[in-house]
Design a protein around this ligand. Structure first.
Ligand code: GTR
Length: 322
């Protein structure tokens, strides 16, 4: 009995020491500090530090100072980065299920995608991401992506033969090729110069990224074809996550979810604001788009990437999600 008590006391002491131990974590983000993602990620870090009473210290590195997205994604998967806000686009090659989230016109709206990610399919996605050393904690708004170029884009025909920068994923390349254009995968931070110097004719993104990067200055024709909604969220390296006590994991998960609610509010405001800024700067926006002419061309992308029964079944369930 005595021994047991002693053991229990020792165990208690060890737990206490572990809990009191400080962890210093590094967070990656590609965007400039006043972007909705960055502001919400800072809020996340503050909440974690406060609620863990300083047991966990968080340092966010904005503006891709720790490297561009493709590199940072690899670092996360290797456990060399602790956490950050990542786009799932460059993860498609390691987590095939995420490919479904890069398919053009697979989701009816950002809200539809949130319902999928926050429902049972989201649990399957998390399990698949765990296999690649990633733990998703919450999902941020990432808008709808459309094409823009340095030459007028009034219809799908205008894209033919042009060269577009895409995020680094085979699906994005296939999507652009299915539209009769050429795709060049490049890091996000290189797009402005690539358009300016004529390496590419354009790119594709949501309103806030189109505006915050200044891409609208060099590619002032934006066609709202709304081809993809690619998820982004706060992801931890599983190797880091596993070192955190269950109590602190709970605190961090809640903070991540709180920060996502905040980010979605900031996002809605910034989408409108960014559109206003680019319109005032004289960007030509084509709104009345024959979207069927875009989506009809995407058959080959689905044929090439939705290749096995597991993916086909998940896609059916995504499309059946209300
Ligand atoms: C943005 C997204 C970034 C990055 C970027 C890109 O919309 O927030 O994470 O993926 O697009 O085009 O590379």
């Amino acid at each position: 009995m005595k021994r047991l008590t002693l053991a229990a006391a020792l165990l208690g002491a060890t737990t206490l020491t572990v809990q009191a131990q400080e962890m210093a974590l590094r967070g990656w983000n590609t965007h400039v500090p006043d972007y909705p993602v960055s502001i919400a990620l800072d809020r996340f870090a503050e909440m974690v530090e406060e609620r863990t009473e300083g047991r966990i210290q968080m340092e966010n590195f904005h503006g891709a100072t720790l490297g561009e997205g493709e590199f940072a994604t690899e670092q996360l998967q290797l456990g060399a980065l602790d956490y950050g806000v990542f786009s799932t686009a460059p993860m498609v090659n390691t987590v095939p299920e995420l490919g479904l989230f890069s398919l053009p016109y697979a989701f009816r709206s950002p809200e539809h995608q949130f319902r999928v990610l926050e429902g049972p399919i989201g649990d399957e996605i998390a399990a698949a991401m765990n296999e690649a050393n990633m733990e998703p904690l919450s999902w941020y708004a990432s808008g709808t992506r459309s094409f823009y170029a340095n030459t007028p884009l009034d219809s799908v025909e205008d894209l033919q033969g042009l060269k577009f920068r895409v995020q680094n994923s085979d699906i994005n390349v296939a999507m652009v090729e299915a539209l009769g254009a050429n795709a060049t995968p490049l890091p996000f931070g290189e797009v402005y110069t690539a358009i300016q110097s004529g390496v590419v004719d354009g790119a594709e993104n949501n309103w806030p990224s189109y505006e915050s990067t200044g891409h609208y200055e060099v590619a002032p024709y934006y066609i709202i074809d709304s081809h993809t909604i690619i998820p982004e969220g706060i992801f931890f390296a599983l190797t880091t996550w596993d070192q955190i006590s269950p109590e602190d994991q709970e605190i961090i998960r809640e903070a991540a979810q709180g920060s996502a609610i905040y980010q979605r509010e900031l996002w809605a405001e910034r989408e409108a604001e960014s559109r206003r800024i680019v319109e005032e700067a004289g960007v030509t926006i084509v709104e009345d788009v024959d979207s069927a002419s875009f989506s009809d061309a995407m058959g080959p992308v689905y044929d090439r990437f939705v290749t096995d029964d597991t993916l086909r079944d998940m896609l059916d369930r995504i499309q059946a999600t209300e």
